[in-house]
Design a protein around this ligand. Structure first.
Ligand code: HEM
Length: 463
């Protein structure tokens, strides 16, 4: 038990606040510029106390404290209340569960993301991108496309196939609208001060419930279909994530997951596994269209490694080093998961200040990624930030697009490989031209999305 005097607690730096609203209005009006202001004022202190919606939060500003929370003392922290909004839909899946239950589920799900499993996904990813290129060929060249939407559809198709193979296409009709509805609901709920409990039939609550029911019905019918097939022939196996999850067995008890647990894990992977990646890809196309020198260098690497018509393989993707640097740099500037929240279970210490039990922490990934102490050109698109000579002296927790410690994103290698493959195949063949005056800014919702529709024209590369 740590004992702190009142004076030790009072030395914790505090942001100036409004007597009625605390820091809520400033934060909600423009979260990113508010965070940047906090970084400037309190960066040296490493920690600052904020008051949001009548509750105290500590904003953690250093990689060292972030590492302490996510890794060194991770058992002292649970996810914060904001994740409860996600849990309404994701249930007790990996992203939202805690403690021993989470530990067991993570152990069961982890092998689905091992390298040999990912290797099986490469061809499927290639096929989906090639189908997209074919669809684009039929598209009138002068008409602009909304690239955020294109990338969202692409990553949704990829994660669907990764989870369920190819046999479920017909059952997924209309699901993307429902997913959209669910994401909007989560965004709005996190942003608004007044939340109507779900049992109050507001139009938004009703739409959300209908969307959840629709997605849930599809997922349950797929799970039940698989179970039925296994009843007919217990040796039926698929090369997909659902197959791994259905067969995953607890080492100690020999138990497998029931339908409810499968539903929660599948839904979590479904949601966590496509919107984030789509955002990163949209930002990549945006940044490449504005940095043609980087796009050119990227295309040279792709042509050297893959040739004019060669396809990515699990082996040659590793040679796409500059492509990886580009992906890393995109997620530095625009981390899809731009902020994370935690709650301290017991007392702790951060930047020399005492942290009491039940304290809420905000971990602003966005700020770490733009802190001038760790980045030569913090606000520029500069993939050389990720050259080995530039990364070696940087604290690991200065760059955490996938979080860190035991709760680090289970799909990180899947996502990195997917983004390399998508970019390699698209950039080899296409130039992406941003429609004029359509500059965009990041919109910090549940994930960091481009604020406006990302309208782009596409043009086949001249050879
Ligand atoms: C660019 C793409 C992605 C980004 C930036 C991203 C980011 C993150 C972050 C930051 C976390 C940790 C959240 C926290 O600790 O509070 C996380 C967790 C998670 N992600 Fe991802 N993710 C991406 C892609 C994926 C993909 C492709 C999948 C699955 C196919 C996935 C599945 C998950 C799951 C299941 C968790 C919860 C892990 C756990 O707590 O055990 N993510 N992700």
């Amino acid at each position: 038990m740590m004992n702190y005097s009142k004076s030790a607690l009072s030395t914790i730096p505090k942001a100036k606040k409004n007597p009625f609203f605390g820091n809520t209005l400033d934060f909600v009006r423009n979260p990113l510029s508010f965070l940047e202001k906090m970084q400037k004022e309190f960066g040296e202190a490493g920690l600052v106390k904020l008051n949001l919606v009548n509750r105290d939060f500590f904003l953690v500003l250093t990689p060292e404290d972030t590492k302490h929370v996510l890794q060194e003392n991770n058992r002292n922290y649970h996810k914060s209340e904001a994740y409860k909004v996600l849990a309404i839909f994701l249930g007790n899946g990996l992203l939202t569960s805690e403690g021993d239950f989470w530990r067991r589920q993570r152990k069961l799900a982890q092998p689905a993301f091992y390298k040999q499993r990912l290797a099986l996904m490469v061809e499927m990813m290639n096929e989906e991108v090639m189908n997209l290129l074919k669809r684009w060929e039929q598209h009138t060249k002068n008409e602009a496309l909304d690239m955020s939407e294109e990338m969202l559809n692409l990553t949704l198709r990829i994660v669907t196939k990764a989870l369920f193979s190819t046999d479920v296409k017909h059952r997924l009709g209309g699901i993307s609208e429902s997913l959209n509805e669910i994401m909007h609901f989560a965004d709005n709920t996190l942003k608004s001060f007044i939340r109507f409990p779900l049992h109050i039939p507001t139009p938004r609550n009703q739409r959300f419930k209908r969307a959840v029911e629709k997605v849930e019905a599809v997922i349950y019918s797929i799970i039940e279909g698989r179970r039925e097939e296994l009843k007919q022939d217990e040796n039926v196996r698929y090369d997909d994530l659902l197959d791994m999850l259905i067969h995953a067995k607890d080492e100690e008890t020999g138990e497998t997951m029931n339908n409810q647990q499968l539903r929660d894990e599948v839904t979590t992977i479904f949601m966590a596994g496509h919107e984030t990646t789509a955002n990163a890809l949209s930002w990549a196309l945006y940044l490449l269209s504005k940095n043609t020198d980087v796009a050119q260098k990227l295309r040279e690497e792709i042509n050297t490694v893959l040739g004019e018509d060669g396809m990515p393989t699990f082996e040659n993707v590793r040679e796409l080093r500059y492509t990886l640097q580009v992906v890393q740099e995109v997620m530095r500037l625009y981390p899809p998961a731009w902020i994370m929240g935690r709650k301290a279970l017991g007392e702790d210490q951060l930047s020399g200040h005492p942290i009491e039990a039940n304290t809420y922490l905000i971990l602003p990934i966005y700020l770490l990624h733009r802190n001038p102490a760790y980045w030569q050109r913090p606000n520029e698109f500069y993939p050389d930030h990720f050259l080995p000579e530039n990364t070696k002296n940087r604290p690991t927790y200065a760059y955490i697009p996938f979080g860190g410690g035991p709760r680090m994103c289970v799909g990180n290698n899947f996502a990195l490989m997917e983004m390399q493959i998508v970019l390699a195949l698209l950039i080899r063949k296409m130039d992406f031209l941003l429609v004029e005056k359509n500059e965009t800014k990041p919109d910090p919702l549940v994930t960091l999305r481009p604020k406006k529709a990302l309208k782009m024209k596409i043009k086949t590369v001249d050879r």
